[in-house]
Design a protein around this ligand. Structure first.
Ligand code: PNS
Length: 187
């Protein structure tokens, strides 16, 4: 029987309980699932790729068929390289749909053999995004139940560093050096 390998690409900055929920669902229907972190030199992430990889590895260690990888360039090229036939993405609400549809259709144009599969996370995570988690954490709000404890701990460490270097600063980006200007980031 044909084994189905799927990739779950994204920024995961930081990974949330919504991501974990989707990973769990994906691991149940695909034989192999690779959580694939985009190495994007143009973005100014909060967490380095190495940090995100460590967090995701710890979060997914109980799933036998889930691994974590990083990639750059086109997602479709990466999928071809790792011999995945499915690209998994989460849709939380109608607002996600337009962007996701656009991406799925562009990816299909680029690589017709790669099928995008959308899954919905649990309803309780339908409002959750990495961008909001970063913002709430930066402004001192509670992120309990939004991210796994190890991610919450890493966010607290980031904030401690930011506070140490001066109040009113935003949480420092992946470089760990607090900056006076914060850039707007996508989820
Ligand atoms: O978690 P995100 O930021 O919504 O993930 C977006 C991601 C990484 C899946 C998307 O930006 C992507 O696939 N980037 C790689 C470059 C690429 O293939 N671009 C064409 C997409 S149609």
């Amino acid at each position: 029987m044909k084994r189905i390998k799927a990739i779950y690409p994204g920024s995961f900055d930081p990974p949330t309980n919504g991501h974990l929920d989707l990973i769990e669902r994906g691991s149940k229907i695909f034989d192999e699932l690779v959580v694939s972190i985009l190495r994007n030199p143009e973005k100014d992430p909060l967490f380095s790729v190495a940090d995100r990889r460590k967090m995701l590895e710890a979060m997914t260690e109980s799933f036998d068929n889930v691994s974590v990888d990083t990639f750059d360039g086109l997602t479709v090229d990466y999928a071809l390289r790792v011999e995945a036939s499915v690209l998994l993405r989460g849709i939380r609400a109608i607002s996600d749909y337009e962007y996701e549809l656009q991406m799925a259709l562009m990816n299909r144009k680029l690589q017709p053999g790669l099928e995008t599969v959308f899954m919905m996370p649990a309803e309780k995570y339908s409002y959750l995004s990495s961008r909001l988690v970063r913002e709430v954490a930066q402004l001192g709000g509670s992120i309990d139940c939004l991210v796994p404890e190890l991610v919450a701990q890493k966010l607290r460490e980031k904030m401690d560093v930011a506070h140490k270097f001066g109040s009113g600063q935003s949480v420092s980006p992946a470089s760990s050096a607090p900056k006076s200007k914060s850039k707007k980031k996508k989820a």
